[in-house]
Design a protein around this ligand. Structure first.
Ligand SMILES: Cc1cc2nc3c(=O)[nH]c(=O)nc-3n(C[C@H](O)[C@H](O)[C@H](O)COP(=O)(O)OP(=O)(O)OC[C@H]3O[C@@H](n4cnc5c(N)ncnc54)[C@H](O)[C@@H]3O)c2cc1C
Length: 424
């Protein structure tokens, strides 16, 4: 397994990390023959789930076919915001944000979380929906502030607020390094006793009499276990096709452009959601801005879920032109590349976190472009479910049967209006 830099915090954790580092420098762990739980997929989800299980003293093996964070996680915009339209989403996001703020203390590693603040505005016609969403956020414990356009202009001088009637500001939002986050969780899981093996692809899950018996690892043979958690991102749906009913997940393309701000732009801007110009943006370090499309056209559902480490020049130019409508100085921003990937989207844009198929099998899929920011709390809740066998109440609305029961997660305060959309 790859070794990572880490930052120690308290004494007990420091000693555990030191002991682990000595063990790790002596030998790369072999594939064991037996364990309690296998987690498939070393993205932010699988790594978080493995960490939370190991923390509960569950014997766990995390298997990743490439390197840690090589899937959607390594391609994530990694925005961490709480601006959701349903209580279910706000709760998961709020708890996860709290974890990001104390990531180092919890895990002993850094996820490089940076607080930027979040701004988003409303035009006059959408003011009632804006007020309802603002009240919902406040009622759920988000420290959202209501700003006039001139307040916002004082806070974000480069922002064009001329069409906005009001804005919401969440001072706690920010972004993290998605690769450091997944690695931090994986390494912290290993410190707690988990065995983390990258370059180990699971080819199948074994079952007998309706129960999970173990997994087969390509080129390595079998590993028997009592429970398996599949957190294989965009590979999950097809991987599980023979073990249960089809999962209602489709792939929708997401593009990300990196734009160098003009030298006289001023201090890095906050995260901004422009519902009217269809962009989300955040600073990326001191000089660049990361920008993507906020609203994804469902007609653009893609067949494949390829991750591409480049971006067509026309897409980068379109994103820059849209962003320049909100931040006029960005018309002179220099495109510096970008990438694209696919979101694993469900019919209500909320994940499926549940048992699935044979006894002992669990699934975490369908994060619909929100997965990074939710990974700490999803890992904690799913860890509890897998370890105890009892579904935490917070996971009830995210059961797989909700689609057949017609109990999809609904927005409590849709903004703007009732139009369905998918957000990063
Ligand atoms: C362009 C883009 C921008 C995004 N921006 C944001 C954002 O700003 N904020 C946010 O919250 N979310 C964002 N997301 C969504 C977020 O990145 C994902 O929801 C999240 O990373 C999903 O994590 P995961 O662990 O489920 O999947 P992944 O990161 O894809 O991890 C799954 C892993 O499973 C491994 N795997 C697959 N099959 C096997 C197998 N058979 N055996 C072993 N390993 C296997 C893969 O190699 C992969 O590493 C974005 C996504 C994209 C594509």
């Amino acid at each position: 397994m790859v070794r990572y830099l880490f930052v120690q915090t308290d004494k007990k954790l420091e000693t555990a990390i030191k002991r682990y580092s000595m063990r790790a420098s002596m030998a790369v762990p072999d594939l064991p023959r037996q364990t309690e739980v296998v987690v498939i997929g070393g993205g932010c989800m699988g790594a978080s789930i493995a960490f939370h299980l190991a923390r509960r003293d569950v014997d766990v093996v995390l298997l990743e076919k490439g390197h840690i964070a090589s899937g959607a996680t390594g391609h994530s915009g990694a925005l961490v915001r709480q601006h959701y339209e349903s209580r279910v989403g706000i709760r998961l996001a709020r708890k996860s944000l709290e974890f990001f703020q104390r990531f180092r203390k919890e895990t002993g590693f850094s996820c490089d979380f940076r607080t930027t603040g979040f701004l988003s505005g409303t035009r006059e016609r959408d003011l009632p929906a804006f007020e309802a969403l603002f009240e919902l956020l406040r009622s759920q414990g988000v420290k959202a502030e209501r700003l006039t356009p001139s307040d916002a202009k004082g806070m974000e001088p480069q922002l064009d607020v001329s069409d906005y009637e009001a804005l919401v500001h969440d001072p706690d939002a920010g972004y993290a390094d998605p690769i450091a986050t997944a690695r931090g969780f994986a390494e912290a899981a290993a410190v707690q006793g988990a065995r983390v093996l990258d370059h180990h692809a699971v080819s199948s899950i074994g079952t007998r009499s309706g129960r999970v018996t173990g997994v087969k690892v390509r080129g390595e043979g079998a590993l028997s276990c009592e429970r398996v958690v599949v957190a294989a991102g965009n590979w999950t749906r097809d991987f599980l096709a023979s073990l249960g009913p089809p999962l209602p997940v489709r792939y929708v393309r997401g593009d990300v452009a990196i734009l160098r701000r003009p030298g006289d732009f001023g201090p890095p801007p906050k995260i901004h959601f422009d519902f009217y110009g269809n962009t989300y943006s955040r600073p990326d370090g001191e000089k660049d801005t990361l920008c993507g499309y906020m609203d994804t056209d469902p007609k653009k559902a893609a067949r494949s879920h390829e991750l591409v480490e480049t971006l067509p020049a026309a897409t980068a130019r379109d994103l820059r032109a849209r962003l320049a409508k909100r931040f006029p100085r960005m018309a002179e921003a220099q495109p510096r590349g970008g990438w694209s990937g696919a979101y694993d989207v469900t019919p209500d844009s909320y994940p499926i976190l549940d048992r699935f198929g044979p006894e002992g099998l669990f699934v975490a899929v369908g994060f619909s472009g929100h997965g990074f920011k939710l990974s700490p709390e999803v890992g904690r809740l799913l860890g509890e479910f897998v370890a105890t066998g009892r579904r935490p109440e917070a996971l009830e609305p995210l059961r797989v049967s909700r689609f057949d029961e017609g109990q999809l997660v609904q927005p409590d305060a849709p903004f703007p209006g009732r139009r369905r959309r998918r957000l990063p």
